[in-house]
Ligand binder design. Structure first.
Ligand SMILES: Nc1ncnc2c1ncn2[C@@H]1O[C@H](COP(=O)(O)OP(=O)(O)OP(=O)(O)O)[C@@H](O)[C@H]1O
Ligand SMILES: *[C@@H]1O[C@H](CO)[C@@H](O)[C@H](O)[C@H]1NC(C)=O
Ligand SMILES: *[C@@H]1O[C@H](CO)[C@@H](O)[C@H](O)[C@H]1NC(C)=O
Ligand SMILES: *[C@@H]1O[C@H](CO)[C@@H](O)[C@H](O)[C@H]1NC(C)=O
Ligand SMILES: *[C@@H]1O[C@H](CO)[C@@H](O)[C@H](O)[C@H]1NC(C)=O
Ligand SMILES: *[C@@H]1O[C@H](CO)[C@@H](O)[C@H](O)[C@H]1NC(C)=O
Ligand SMILES: *[C@@H]1O[C@H](CO)[C@@H](O)[C@H](O)[C@H]1NC(C)=O
Length: 651
């Protein structure tokens, strides 16, 4: 019996011995059956997790392998090679956690530490002291500048204090809500410490995450307790260890990952929140920034592209103002294919208003001066109110920097001069059509001069400003535009507007446009349409110009007016109408303003209400002198009076 007991005792002793040996090698894949020495908030959960801190703020916990380890083979020899591995997880409600956990090697299980930033390792007073004999691997999620932490998410090798010997940034907290695995290896010969950190279930890479040379024989005591420490700060954080292994003079035994307990699935919004913060938020922010950028770009682009100039006084003309954007789109961006022609004032583009499908012609007039713009716009707008079947309707305007855009109704058959001077027979106008156009223009001009509430002088009557609508009716365009130059910068400079050949002599001298100067130009226009010749033509000989009015006068004096009518009509014309047109053309282009009829009289001539004056020899001779008779110039009024009476008397 005694022997039996003795044997049992001996057996126990042997068991203890082998157990003692086995203390140099252990594996915990989960801690359900582990007997660890715990303190503080440390506990082993039902699922087998080692919970070092349980979320209580400003708390700490320790867990030690219960027995001390002898890392030296004899008391005065050096610390042998060893390796340890563990799986951990840090879970916080917020995207921050504090403070972290360590794997530590200490001379005692009674660690004097305070539960703040010291990771459960030290108190403020002993941090950094060589008497600590502590070697630790820190997994720190809080950046403490007093320990020269590199960031708020790093792994470091600590000797006796929290100022790491070596440290490396580690993605263990922010990037990995999942558990991670750490290997710690010490080589006795090289006195080298390698620490490797990877997400759980990844194969251990060959290159360590952080490595340091440190002779642990100088640090560790003979008996060493190994375990974990952790502390929380003010942020609710849970620190977990899922599995752990240790071995002397061999690689760390592998932890059975399949056996490991699961990290708790948090029911607080952490998971969704981090997903929101890490995926949705950046994407949404990027999308927002992108769209903001696009909007800003578009606004700037639009601003540059559709920029307009608008003054306060323009509000009263509101309905007549077009937006540049609308005109831009109507004309296909002022493309050249929509260019109708280029005139003295600028380019004219064809367009279709998107909303109303109305066909328009947009005239781009470059104009830098702001002066007089108000008067001009006022006039343009009031002219826009003019509605006459022989005027091209002005629909509105738009202003940009240095540019004025005038919007007219579109005349599908273009300008009259193309038909008169193209030389193509197919575009030839019959006499009936020509006479119709002449009468139409006369009535349009009469409307401008007399039937509108104020006198409007056209200033630029000529064949190219007569446009033909879809029924080939003549319509007078461009009215009022010449005024733009009257409102110019230097009113003293009499800038004569008009076209050579259509300029009345007194207009060339004084620059004063009057209804009478319009009548002169109209006369030239009538002759041009009747004869199919330009008022002034340089093509015949180099020296002498062909002056239409002189040529007609000459023919009429010789009694051969029929030769003046456009030869292309091949005699197909009404002789009475043609004679009437020539007569009106000649008396309208009389060199003396007072000798010219008014547009009302002209209309009466055309309508046959009154007879036009006979082209007597005196009248013709007087016209031929072109007003350069010295007597006429010295005493113009009396002469004009006599001529006017002469004309009316000569009927
Ligand atoms: N409302 C319109 N509808 C159709 N075509 C037009 C219209 N206005 C002008 N055009 C075309 O644009 C061309 C240029 O017109 P614009 O009036 O600018 O020039 P112009 O009459 O030749 O010279 P100026 O500017 O000296 O009067 C014209 O020849 C005509 O063919
Ligand atoms: C822990 O020990 C109990 C018996 O004490 C056993 O049934 C169980 O399987 C063990 N668990 C592990 C994970 O070793
Ligand atoms: C955390 O642990 C401490 C100490 O064991 C205990 O008093 C506290 O109630 C625990 N808190 C939670 C949330 O479990
Ligand atoms: C170990 O070293 C101490 C002094 O450091 C010495 O007193 C002791 O005799 C040594 N023991 C052995 C076994 O060498
Ligand atoms: C732990 O150490 C402190 C001093 O650091 C001491 O006061 C305390 O009694 C020790 N506790 C145990 C259980 O040894
Ligand atoms: C540490 O890592 C280096 C580089 O991979 C290797 O050469 C060395 O043997 C390792 N030391 C230990 C103690 O594992
Ligand atoms: C480590 O330190 C011990 C004691 O200080 C010394 O005996 C040993 O030679 C050192 N080892 C190396 C590799 O330097």
């Amino acid at each position: 019996m005694l022997l039996k007991l003795l044997l049992v005792g001996l057996g126990l002793g042997i068991a203890a011995l082998t157990a003692g040996d086995e203390h140099h090698r252990f594996v915990y894949s989960g801690f359900s059956n582990a007997s660890l020495t715990l303190d503080g908030t440390a506990s082993i959960t039902q699922s087998g997790l080692l919970e070092l801190t349980n979320g209580t703020a400003l708390s700490m916990g320790h867990a030690f392998f219960t027995s001390p380890l002898r890392l030296r083979d004899s008391p005065n020899s050096t610390v042998q090679s060893f390796a340890s591995s563990f799986v951990f997880g840090i879970i916080s409600i917020y995207d921050l956690s504090s403070h972290g956990l360590t794997l530590l090697f200490a001379p005692s299980k009674n660690i004097s530490a305070i539960p703040v930033q010291y990771l459960g390792l030290f108190s403020g007073s002993n941090n950094g002291k060589t008497t600590n004999h502590i070697f630790a691997i820190e997994l720190d999620t809080w950046q403490n500048s007093e320990f020269r932490d590199i960031n708020n998410n790093h792994i470091g090798i600590d000797i006796n204090g929290l100022t790491s010997l070596q440290s490396q940034p580690a993605g263990f907290f922010h990037d990995h809500q999942e558990a991670m695995q750490v290997w710690v290896e010490y080589d006795r010969e090289k006195t080298q410490i390698n620490v490797t950190l990877v997400p759980l279930a990844m194969v251990k890479p060959r290159k360590p995450t952080v490595s340091a040379i440190q002779n642990l024989s100088d640090v560790l005591t003979d008996a060493v307790y190994i375990g974990f420490s952790s502390s929380t700060g003010k942020i609710n954080t849970h620190h977990y260890v899922l599995g752990w292994s240790f071995a002397m003079n061999s690689p760390a035994p592998s932890i059975d990952i399949a056996m490991l307990p699961k990290l708790p699935q948090l029911h607080h919004p952490k998971g969704r929140r981090s997903w929101v913060l890490e995926v949705v938020l950046p994407v949404a922010t990027a999308a927002l920034l992108l769209s903001l950028g696009t909007i800003v770009f578009l606004l700037v682009w639009r601003h540059l592209r559709y920029d307009e100039v608008q003054d306060d006084w323009e509000s009263e003309f509101g309905p007549h103002r077009f937006s540049y954007k609308d005109l831009f789109h109507a004309t296909g961006g002022f493309e050249n294919i929509n260019l109708l022609g280029v005139g003295g004032f600028g380019r004219v583009y064809k367009g279709v208003l998107l909303r109303s499908r109305l066909k328009i012609a947009v005239k781009k007039v470059s104009h830098d001066s702001k002066q007089g713009m108000k008067e001009f716009i006022a006039e343009i707008v009031s002219l826009g109110l003019l509605q006459n079947r022989n005027l091209v309707q002005l629909l509105g305007y738009c202003r940009r920097k240095g540019e004025l855009l005038l919007v007219y109704e579109y005349m599908p058959n273009g300008s009259l001069d193309k038909y008169l001077h193209s030389g193509k027979n197919n575009s030839m106008l019959s006499w009936t059509r020509r006479f119709q156009i002449i009468k139409g223009i006369a009535s349009g001009l009469l409307y401008l001069h007399e039937e509108w509430e104020k006198v409007v002088v056209h200033r630029d009557i000529k064949a190219s400003n007569v446009l033909l609508d879809d029924e080939m009716n003549g319509r007078l365009g461009d009215f009022g535009l010449a005024r733009l130059y009257d409102h110019g910068v230097e009113p003293q400079t009499t800038h004569v507007v008009g076209t050579i050949g259509y300029l009345a002599p007194e207009l060339a001298r004084s620059g004063n446009a009057t209804p009478s100067t319009d009548v002169f130009a109209f006369g030239m226009f009538v002759l041009e349409v009747t004869c199919g010749q330009r008022p002034v033509n340089h093509q015949n000989t180099k020296d002498s110009q062909f002056i239409l009015v002189d040529w007609v006068l000459d023919k009429v004096q010789k009694g051969s007016f029929g030769e003046t009518v456009d030869a292309r009509l091949k005699g197909k014309y009404n002789v009475g109408e043609a004679y009437l047109a020539l007569t009106i053309g000649l008396i309208c282009s009389h060199p003396f303003a007072k000798a010219r009829p008014t547009m009302r009289q002209v209309m009466q001539y055309f309508d046959g209400e009154i007879q036009p004056p006979d082209l007597s020899f005196e009248v013709l001779a007087c016209m031929q002198s072109e007003g350069f008779d010295p007597y006429i110039i010295s005493n113009p009024l009396s002469t004009i009076g006599s001529i006017v009476s002469g004309i009316s008397g000569g009927r």
